[in-house]
Ligand binder design. Structure first.
Ligand code: AMP
Ligand code: ZN
Length: 117
């Protein structure tokens, strides 16, 4: 994807749309969710555009792996690790996916029910 074809999260990662940045490096970008569902709600994405979990192939194993490694570090940096936090990835309509660029929700600062809604 390039230029005007970029999706919302690609544009955020490129700085074309403002966000409240939490972390960035050459592989991963993280920012606060605009509609937080917990006291701390961060979206963690690979910079590489992959539309959804269903589009993953072996070639993307490293990029998704490093995204989760960075997410865990962000959780430590935001002091979520000792109390606990939840990680959510929605795929498709039934799960309510609204942005089609793979992302992990990092949610913390409250207790979470199980099973999830
Ligand atoms: P999902 O429903 O899993 O696709 O999650 C998409 C998430 O992106 C939702 O929690 C939205 O609140 C969030 N979101 C949408 N637009 C923005 C934005 N411009 N900045 C930050 N978060 C956003
Ligand atoms: Zn994208």
């Amino acid at each position: 994807m390039a230029g005007n074809d970029r999706c919302l999260f690609c544009r955020i990662a490129h700085g074309e749309i403002p966000s409240k940045k939490v972390y960035e490096d050459s592989d991963v970008f993280a920012f606060y969710d605009i509609n937080p569902q917990a006291p701390t709600h961060v979206i963690v994405i690979p910079r590489k555009h992959i539309s959804s979990l269903d589009d993953l192939s072996d070639g993307e194993a490293n990029v998704v792996g490093i995204t989760l490694v960075r997410l865990a570090q962000i959780a430590r940096d935001l002091h979520l690790s000792s109390d606990g936090y939840r990680v959510v990835a929605n795929h498709g309509e039934a799960a309510g996916q609204t942005v089609f660029h793979i992302h992990f929700h990092l949610l913390g600062g409250r207790n979470f029910g199980w099973p999830p809604g």
